[in-house]
Design a protein. Structure first.
Length: 229
């Protein structure tokens, strides 16, 4: 895997989410919800045994809210988790969403398990942290449209030019992603310049919020209340 300096570019999607050059070419895009983290910081504060992915986020478990935020008509969603309790909750509250249950404890295990569920049929794959529930349908659509406009590069959501998650990888990266080991995740490919990267601006700053602590969860819940109002 060649490593060099990545080329970053920023794209502001149009109101219809059209990406580079306005090209419209419908592709089959997977979405792996990464739901295998230990959430140590959250548990250290909230109490041992508390899985943050199952914490209440506006009336539903956090991971369920993240799953429901992804437009199912646009992305083929798979949840990758090593937690049987997460799989059970999803079976009841997000029926029909495939769950890739794996045993490994590393980020790379979660990447491989989720990607393996659909790599054979996907043109690209979006990786979404299971604790990032506020990404809007418009931002998801903008990422998909940008990728359809240029599917040779990775695309990631950003705010004011600062890149963040989620990240959409092209099919050309699937081999490298499946070859990850240990603590490495998809970000290792971005750091070493294995693929050019561009960003799509989120519609709101809150979309980049994730949950590491109970305070973060409270902030997410406040944002949800504001969005509902």
């Amino acid at each position: 895997m060649p490593c060099g300096a990545s080329h970053f570019a920023m794209v502001e999607a149009g109101p219809d989410g059209t990406g580079r050059g306005g090209r419209r070419c419908r592709m089959r895009i997977g979405c792996v919800i990464m739901a295998s983290g230990e959430g140590r910081r959250f548990a250290r504060i909230a109490g041992a045994g508390r899985n943050k992915l199952l914490a209440d986020a506006g009336g539903v478990p956090l991971v369920v809210r993240t799953v429901r935020s992804v437009p199912a008509a646009r992305f083929e969603v798979v949840v990758s988790t090593r937690w049987p309790e997460v799989a059970r909750v999803l079976d009841g509250m997000a029926p029909g969403v495939p769950v890739a249950l794996h045993e490994g404890g590393f980020r790379s295990d979660s990447v491989r398990a989720g990607l393996a569920a659909g790599a054979a049929r996907w043109d690209g794959c979006l990786f979404v942290p299971g604790d990032q529930p506020l990404v809007s349908p418009a931002s998801y659509e903008a990422l998909a449209r940008a990728f359809e406009g240029d599917s040779a590069r990775a695309w990631r959501l950003a705010w004011q030019g600062a890149p963040a998650s989620p990240v959409l990888f092209p099919r050309a990266c699937f081999g490298a992603l499946m070859g990850l080991a240990g603590k490495d995740g998809g970000s290792s490919l971005l750091r070493c310049g294995a693929v050019d990267v561009s960003t799509v601006e989120a519609m709101r700053a809150e979309e980049l919020m994730d949950v590491d602590t109970p305070e973060d969860l409270a902030a997410v819940c406040r944002a949800l209340e504001g969005m509902a109002g």
